[in-house]
Design a protein around this ligand. Structure first.
Ligand SMILES: Cc1cc2nc3c(=O)[nH]c(=O)nc-3n(C[C@H](O)[C@H](O)[C@H](O)COP(=O)(O)O)c2cc1C
Ligand code: SF4
Length: 412
């Protein structure tokens, strides 16, 4: 290892500023649906999970999927940002801060990607109307093209969601613009078939996501870091390619995003593009909900097997790095000290990690004293099915989550 390489590892532990927020280092826990909010109420297990990540050294931990409205969820038992969840989220952010970290709320609307029928949701909203293939699972066979009023309402909901996140003590919000959720349905030519100024060219497809970002920046941008997560490539024919991903990054940077988190793939069509490895058929055995079982079965039938490679999204992320000056967080298959060196040397400002920190929340602290650290995570993706279990998301190689604490509201 060269001196230059050791410097790059040290660089990862230097403070980092995103918008109004200073982070103590460059490590971010990416959002990984926790399955720890029964009936939508954040549990003590959710607090333990994020406080554990903060105590383990990551500067910022992201609470997954916080719906901005009652019709914005995808699965049952998801957090909805409203007055009822405030005390529980306040307990969570306080615990994360006490453990030495900061918390980010992933603010999201699922659009037509939903497995539940919720209040106020007759036909789920999307960029375009028509047949809703995801709705085959929930009985919502048709989606509705959003009108100008719908867009105004949803943008208001994102702004209000961000204000509530601030009230709950979060230090950042991450607007989810990837993976096939509502804002990604606008960005993607696969979903967006509009003929008006919100469809067609990339500039048009970006218009509504940019407007949402603007509204969130105006609402909380001087107090909270405003992060956007998006898919650089969708890994599916008719979907966005990396050239579009670069264009999306440019548009979001121009609008003033404080940090971009560089993901890839779509939940329904190209999950292995997102995860860089195949899903085992056994995952279905853990899931009790027949709708989710059927969805997983279809997914496995339709996707090609994929063998995991460290930093599997690096070639794409490099192209975004070359195009924008805005701070960027690399995401996708970082598993070793050498991977951290590579990302710092390549000019990324931060790195987000999902599975490695599910496998070992203290990985970042261990890295401080072990310059050749490798993760024991095998990228088997079995933790994804664990989110449907009583204890919530955990690594199958470690301890399962505590079902009792997962039934106790965080603020009780
Ligand atoms: C159990 C699990 C749940 C996930 N849920 C979400 C989610 O709710 N929101 C999201 O943006 N990404 C989600 N992801 C994707 C991760 O944030 C990340 O993009 C992916 O795991 C690749 O990063 P990694 O190689 O560091 O794990 C999830 C990943 C896992 C393993
Ligand atoms: S179950 Fe554990 S080893 Fe498998 S991908 Fe998830 S964190 Fe890694």
């Amino acid at each position: 290892m060269t001196d230059q390489h050791s410097d790059h590892l040290e660089q990862a532990f230097e403070p980092f500023v995103i918008g109004p927020l200073q982070l103590k280092n460059r490590f971010i826990k990416s959002a990984t649906n926790e399955g720890m909010s029964p009936e939508g109420i954040p549990s003590r297990q959710l607090v333990d999970f994020h406080a554990g990540v903060a105590a383990g050294g990551a500067a910022l931990t992201t609470v997954a999927y916080c719906a901005v409205s009652a019709d914005g969820g995808t699965l049952p038992n998801q957090i909805y940002l409203n007055e009822a969840t405030m005390p529980h989220l306040q307990a969570l952010t306080a615990a994360v801060n006490t453990a030495g970290g900061k918390a980010s709320a992933q603010i999201t609307h699922g659009g037509c990607f939903t497995f539940t029928k919720r209040e106020g949701q007759s036909r789920p909203l999307s960029a375009s109307g028509g047949f809703n293939k995801i709705g085959l699972m929930s009985g919502q066979f048709f989606k509705r093209e959003m009108s100008a009023e719908d867009m105004q309402r949803v943008a208001d909901d994102f702004a209000q969601g961000a204000r509530l996140a601030r009230q709950a003590g979060f230090s950042a919000v991450e607007i989810h613009m990837g993976h096939g959720y509502l804002l990604s349905q606008f960005l993607s030519p696969l979903y967006n078939k509009r003929q008006d100024e919100y469809g067609g060219s990339l500039e048009n497809r970006l218009r509504f996501p940019r407007y949402v970002l603007r509204r969130v920046l105006d609402a909380v941008g001087s107090d909270l870091a405003v992060i956007c997560k998006f898919s650089m490539t969708e890994g599916v024919r008719e979907g966005n390619r990396i050239a579009d991903g670069v264009g999306i990054a440019r548009g979001l940077a121009e609008e003033g995003a404080h940090l971009l988190v560089l993901s890839a793939g779509m939940n329904a069509e190209s999950i292995t593009t997102m995860f860089g490895s195949s899903f085992p058929p056994e995952n279905r055995a853990v899931v009790t909900n027949p709708v989710m079982k059927a969805a997983m079965f279809l997914q496995q039938k339709l996707e090609k097997p994929r063998v995991f490679k460290e930093l599997y999204l690096l070639d794409y992320a490099r192209q975004v790095r070359a195009a924008v000056d805005t701070p960027l967080a690399y995401l996708g298959g970082l598993t070793s000290a050498d991977g951290v060196r590579t990302l710092m040397a390549e000019g990324f400002d931060a790195m987000a990690m999902g599975r490695v920190l599910i496998h070992d929340p203290a990985w970042v602290n261990t890295l401080k004293t072990d310059a050749s650290l490798m993760s024991g995570c095998t990228a088997c993706n079995r933790c994804v099915a664990m989110m449907y279990t009583d204890g919530g998301t955990s690594c199958v190689l470690g301890q399962p989550g505590n079902p009792q604490r997962n039934r106790m509201p965080a603020a009780s």
